[in-house]
Write a protein that binds this ligand. Structure first.
Ligand SMILES: Cc1cc2nc3c(=O)[nH]c(=O)nc-3n(C[C@H](O)[C@H](O)[C@H](O)COP(=O)(O)OP(=O)(O)OC[C@H]3O[C@@H](n4cnc5c(N)ncnc54)[C@H](O)[C@@H]3O)c2cc1C
Length: 406
């Protein structure tokens, strides 16, 4: 496969580079400010012709080959700009499972960024075991009435809509009674409460539904078929970065080498080994990404590539967690320093006493904290291992817990 740009691709890349240079410094790349501006970034990318490039024209995309998305991701990573909004899994999920009316109503706003979405799957007692979820939806005339609680809902505070997994039939096997509902967020029955994290940011939330409502037709994939839709969309969420995910790590690796030089630890054997291990794993990601890109462009598939989406998320998230530990070692105690005036006292005490706005750990610590979440969101690394073991390696299924004796 020849990965060099065609004339059109090179022109697109040039235009994108110029545009990214103009945007430099306008959009934050981390913290609460990043989440607050994420919608503006999405709309700016779209308006300039750099978002939704490969999605159907009918819904506001440009219908270009997927290689244009790859160019966007590459140039964004090189420019150190905020990542492309990760909506691909939703758009593909809707395209595969929603009826035409739902697609026409929701895909354009989703793609151009005029309607923001959040994902209402996890609940306090249902994360990995998502099928045990307790939020209910009951039909009342031409509406669903929703009651229950979701948790870890990223960007719920900015969302116009939430795609909610709710139990619509309590009397069947747990996976069979779930529906995938599209629920407007701006209504009295929904309360969003931010969850403050150790670095003081609050990107995700608890969401409480008390007689919240949505139209009866706001269902993707049919009533009681939500489990299939959810699994497919999660599959896309995990797999989406398989092709281009290594780019941002390459940039980060370069910054870590520069930092090791600056701090005089580049000759330390443990630092060298850690950097080499990181570099090698990034190259494995890159080569698997090229494999996956080749198959996407050739419209072919083999089982190795099908399982790549699953193994990829597991692989990069664990790699990045180790890399951020190394980054803290390289940076040394200074990584703990607080950006603004350092408060005294333990972190939780400072947060309680001063409120999260006054507490800002260094960007290094924030990146370290965030890396801990990467083996969790979208399905934990342990769950990915179970799926790969059972589905692709043919290992025996996890034994069911013995029934409790009375
Ligand atoms: C940054 C971030 C953003 C998120 N955003 C969203 C969002 O927008 N919307 C949303 O719905 N959810 C979101 N989540 C939630 C995420 O999907 C869940 O945290 C995840 O599915 C794990 O569920 P849990 O936290 O309940 O952990 P649990 O399921 O309680 O797991 C706890 C531990 O037990 C392990 N474990 C559990 N079952 C097994 C098993 N069968 N075999 C082996 N090990 C097992 C897990 O791997 C984990 O280590 C987000 C999470 C994070 C960290």
């Amino acid at each position: 496969m020849d990965f060099r740009d065609s004339v059109e691709e090179a022109a697109f890349r040039d235009r994108l580079r110029g545009w990214l240079t103009e945007q430099k410094g306008k959009f934050p790349t981390s913290g609460d400010a990043y989440w607050a501006k994420a919608g503006d970034w999405h709309r700016a990318l779209y308006a300039a012709g750099f978002f939704g490039t490969s999605w159907p024209k009918q819904y506001g995309g440009q219908g270009l080959p997927p290689v244009y998305d790859v160019i966007v991701d590459e140039e964004i990573a090189k420019a150190g700009a905020p990542a492309r909004p990760s909506l691909g899994y939703l758009v593909v999920g809707f395209s595969a499972h929603a009826g035409e009316e739902i697609r026409e109503r929701f895909l354009p706003g989703m793609i151009n960024g005029s309607e923001r979405w959040c994902q209402g799957f996890s609940e306090p007692d249902s994360g990995s075991d998502l099928a045990s979820l307790k939020t209910t939806a009951v039909q009342d005339g031409d509406e669903w009435v929703i009651n229950g609680q979701k948790v870890w809902t990223t960007q719920a505070q900015f969302a116009d809509y939430c795609f909610v997994l709710a139990r619509t039939d309590p009397d069947v096997k747990k996976q069979a009674g779930i529906s995938y509902l599209l629920v407007p967020m701006d209504q009295p029955g929904i309360e969003v409460r931010g969850i403050v994290q150790p670095d003081g940011t609050a990107e995700f939330n608890e969401v409480f539904f008390t007689d919240a409502r949505c139209p009866i037709d706001n269902v993707v994939g049919g009533v009681n078929n939500g489990w299939k839709v959810a699994n497919d969309t999660l599959g896309f969420e995990r797999g989406m970065s398989a092709t281009t995910g290594h780019r941002r790590f390459e940039e980060e690796y370069r910054r870590m080498v520069a930092m090791a030089r600056e701090r005089g630890v580049i000759d330390d054997p443990t630092v060298r080994q850690g950097l080499m291990r990181y570099y090698t794993k990034i190259q494995i990601l890159r080569i698997n990404g090229l494999r996956s890109l080749t198959q996407t462009l050739n419209k072919t598939k083999d089982m190795g590539v099908v399982s790549l989406g699953l193994t990829n998320k597991m692989f990069w998230s664990e790699m990045h967690r180790d890399a951020m530990e190394l980054a803290l070692d390289i940076f040394g105690p200074a990584s703990m320093l607080i950006d603004t005036a350092p408060p005294s006292g333990s972190w939780p005490a400072v947060m309680r006493a001063k409120g999260r706005d006054t507490y800002k750990p260094s960007p290094m610590m924030s990146a370290f904290f965030f890396s801990r979440s990467e083996t969790i969101w979208g399905g934990t690394a342990e769950i990915q291992r179970n799926i790969v073991g059972e589905k692709f390696l043919g290992l025996p299924r996890e034994p069911k817990a013995p029934a409790a004796s009375s």
